[in-house]
Design a protein around this ligand. Sequence first.
Ligand SMILES: C[S@@+](CC[C@H](N)C(=O)[O-])C[C@H]1O[C@@H](n2cnc3c(N)ncnc32)[C@H](O)[C@@H]1O
Length: 270
Amino acid sequence: MSEEYVLGNDQEELSRLKLQHDLWRDELLKLWDQSSLRDAKKILDLGCGPGYTSLDLLKYNRQQAQMTSIDISDNFINYLNYQLKEEKLDSRGQAKKSFIENLNLEDTDFDAAFCRWLMIFVQNPEKAFQQVYRHLTSGSEFILQEYVSYDSMDLVPDYPSMKPVVDAIFKSWKAQGGDPNRGKHLPSLLEKVGFKVTHLQPVAKFAQPQDPFWQWPDSFYRSFLPRLQKSGYLNEQQVQDFFADWQAAEKSPGSFFVAPTVINIIAKKL
Ligand SMILES: C[S@@+](CC[C@H](N)C(=O)[O-])C[C@H]1O[C@@H](n2cnc3c(N)ncnc32)[C@H](O)[C@@H]1O
């Protein structure tokens, strides 16, 4: 399994993930409010990245919960462990390097697990879920926020350069074993490994160019499209056409961005 996650783990991706976290935080809190996370005592944050969710979750929880966060990126793990110390949360939280598929912690008595935008990149989601299941006690919840129909992403009313971009994203993530539409398969996989799915909800979002949320797709395209070009999934003309359309949309009243639909899932280990 490659440790190089398709979007990278450099400073640019770290900053993009922070912006993304801030812009999606409301949706995260709405999901957490529906779950047992506020009163959990021992939490897993899976595919934590630089740990923006881990740090928020430690503050959100009212039981002084212990947390273990895992990711495959040394950079992100080191960053989170540093932040935990800085914020004097290191007695409650620690970050460790592991693939979710190979999760093998000493403790198997966690009472909640959480992941956001991880399963879309995982090569073997069934194995991953089996490992999570094994680390949880009965009655625990596994809370997920992932994409369900990534191909709903669009720039409207009519910007034809978006389709090749969406196709290229699918090809590049799938080439590394991921699936932008993975959310469609997660509820049945969770049931297959023994969880009971108790909550399913879609999250749909639009953005007009003047909205703060516009920065989310804008920062993603600026960082990821050059990579897609470099790796041959898009050619120079397709990238130029896309940014020409993107700029045209910014100046055209009534144009808007349709975000890829997200799925909220809560599953219980009975
Ligand atoms: C889009 S980021 C999301 C980070 C964080 N969950 C958040 O919502 O801000 C995806 C993260 O998953 C990690 N990742 C990818 N494949 C993984 C795997 N098989 N096991 C554990 N982490 C993985 C990447 O290194 C990256 O940090």
